[in-house]
Design a protein around this ligand. Structure first.
Ligand code: ZN
Ligand code: MN
Length: 493
């Protein structure tokens, strides 16, 4: 990217379907995935004349919860507006959304690199139906089908200020939003299923010729700002970054070739890895926003906020900080562990169980090491936490080596053996051999005269060989450090 001459300016709009049982303005179920088309519809979500919308309280609570998690101001009155556009997937001819007064405004999210992404607003709206386009085999006639099961599913739209300066930050912000939505049960935010959709708007401006003020990009002096483009159809977090990188290159090339950028909407073609022109962009006026007359103003009380706040849990960035500050976990490990609520819960529970036998910090470090080094590699969070703790403590007590412990763990998972039973067996075996350890060492020394002489003649490596021999006799149950110490003592006699 030839960024020595241009700055990249990105704003992001993210739509997230929220987890509710029923749709935004009717009682139809929201779970439309793989359902028979047009089986979850009613006059409201079909937009039939005379049908009246009734707002979904839970959806609004989840919108507020997202606002609280992203440091937004929460409005004490909720207004809905009609956003008009004509498209077959929008049966009423308008979407019920929010215009001037969103529920949540002026928030922010801090990225791991400490860049602050400012959120302009989070508003509540409804999803549209799903169109699919087909060609009839015999006649080659094109036709479209519409499934209204998705029509009216609750959506929140998160809009950032144009404060993002790199494709990577845009991607990281989208990742944070997805993480928060999942942590708080606001949404599963599965992008493949369309539960979360990202639409970046991008412009490039000459360095030093613009400024960022009050959430806006303003030209300096005579400079004319280049128009921005908006990219749609982004189906994954990686595609957020890729589509922006592609678009930045394209915009710079256009400008360098003396072409004027027209404000436009483009689609991301994931197969080709390119953006494609769709249409020149409507302005806000085109939507003919007007207040929704069928929904009265909704009051949000302090009690409402208090009740919703109870659903707030410790968020990933707070966990990272606590793991680092209280327990000395590395930033990287803390981030991986807290990346999903499932990982974080498992870690915290394991720490808690280990802390019954170890001090709090050691318990955390062991839990972190074992998750990062072993459990995530196995990819199995079904391992019983108490069993795993037994294994870890057996390792800490020197009953088995790390390698041996990992071997036991894998064996138990693959062959559905009980970890605690296995550790118990190893303990017994070890007790038997430890009484015999001196005998075993004497036997090994007797059998390996050459290695003994080599060691005595200064060949240090022979010691390793002898330790290995003893370990083999004890089936890996002895502590190799202890064996090494005893061997040295014996050899010096
Ligand atoms: Zn309905
Ligand atoms: Mn929207």
């Amino acid at each position: 990217m030839s960024n020595d001459k241009y700055d990249v300016i990105i704003g992001l709009e993210i739509h997230v379907q929220t987890n509710t049982k029923s749709k935004m303005f009717c009682n139809c179920p929201t779970g439309y995935f793989q359902k028979e088309p047009n089986t979850q519809v009613c006059p409201v979500c079909l937009g039939l004349p005379g049908a009246l919308p009734l707002p979904n309280k839970r959806a609004i609570e989840l919108c507020i919860l997202m606002g609280l998690a992203t440091n937004c101001n929460i409005a004490d009155e909720i207004y809905f507006d009609r956003k008009h556009y004509f498209y077959p997937d929008l049966p009423k001819g308008y979407q019920i959304s929010q215009y001037k007064r969103p529920i949540c405004s002026d928030g922010y999210v801090d990225l791991d690199n400490e860049v602050r992404i400012e959120i302009e607003r989070i508003h509540q709206e409804e999803d549209v139906a799903k169109s699919t386009h087909h060609i009839e085999k015999n006649t080659n006639k094109e036709y479209s089908l519409i499934d209204y099961n998705k029509s009216g599913v609750p959506l929140i739209e998160i809009v950032t200020k144009p404060c993002i300066r790199s494709a990577k930050d845009a991607k990281d912000f989208a990742t944070k939003i997805r993480q928060i939505a999942r942590y708080l049960g606001i949404s599963d935010a599965d992008m493949e299923k369309g539960q979360m959709r990202c639409e970046p708007n991008i412009s490039v401006q000459e360095k030093g010729k613009w400024e960022y003020k009050d959430g806006k990009i303003l030209p300096i002096g005579e400079y004319r700002l280049n128009a921005k483009v908006e990219v749609k159809n982004i189906g994954s977090i990686t595609a957020v970054e890729k589509s922006i990188e592609y678009e930045v290159e394209r915009l710079i090339e256009e400008i360098e070739n003396g072409k004027e950028i027209v404000q436009q909407t483009r689609g991301w073609n994931a197969d080709k890895g390119v953006t494609e022109f769709q249409r020149s962009k409507e302005t806000a006026d085109d939507y003919r926003y007007m207040p929704e007359p069928d929904i009265p103003v909704i009051q949000v009380s302090k009690d409402d906020i208090d009740r919703i706040s109870k659903e707030m849990i410790e968020l990933p960035h707070e966990k990272v900080k606590r793991y680092m500050d209280n327990w000395g976990i590395s930033k990287y490990s803390a981030e991986v562990i807290s990346s999903t609520i499932e990982n974080a819960r498992y870690f915290e529970k394991l720490q808690e169980v280990l802390a019954r036998s170890l001090n709090e910090k050691d318990a955390a470090i062991e839990a972190s090491n074992w998750l990062m080094g072993t459990v995530y590699a196995i990819g199995n969070l079904d391992i019983d936490i108490n069993d795993l703790a037994v294994l870890i403590l057996a390792f800490k007590d020197g009953i088995l080596t790390k390698n041996k412990a990992e071997e036991v763990l894998k064996d138990c998972i693959e062959n559905s053996k009980d970890i605690s039973d296995e550790v118990e067996n190893i303990k017994k075996e070890k007790e038997n051999t430890s009484g015999n350890i001196d005998t075993i060492i004497k036997e090994v020394l007797g059998k390996n005269e050459k290695a003994v002489n080599d060691y005595l003649n200064g060949k240090e490596a022979s010691l390793g060989f002898l330790v290995g021999q003893v370990m083999q006799f004890t089936k890996g149950t002895a502590n190799p450090n202890d064996v090494r110490d005893i061997l040295i003592k014996e050899l010096k006699k």
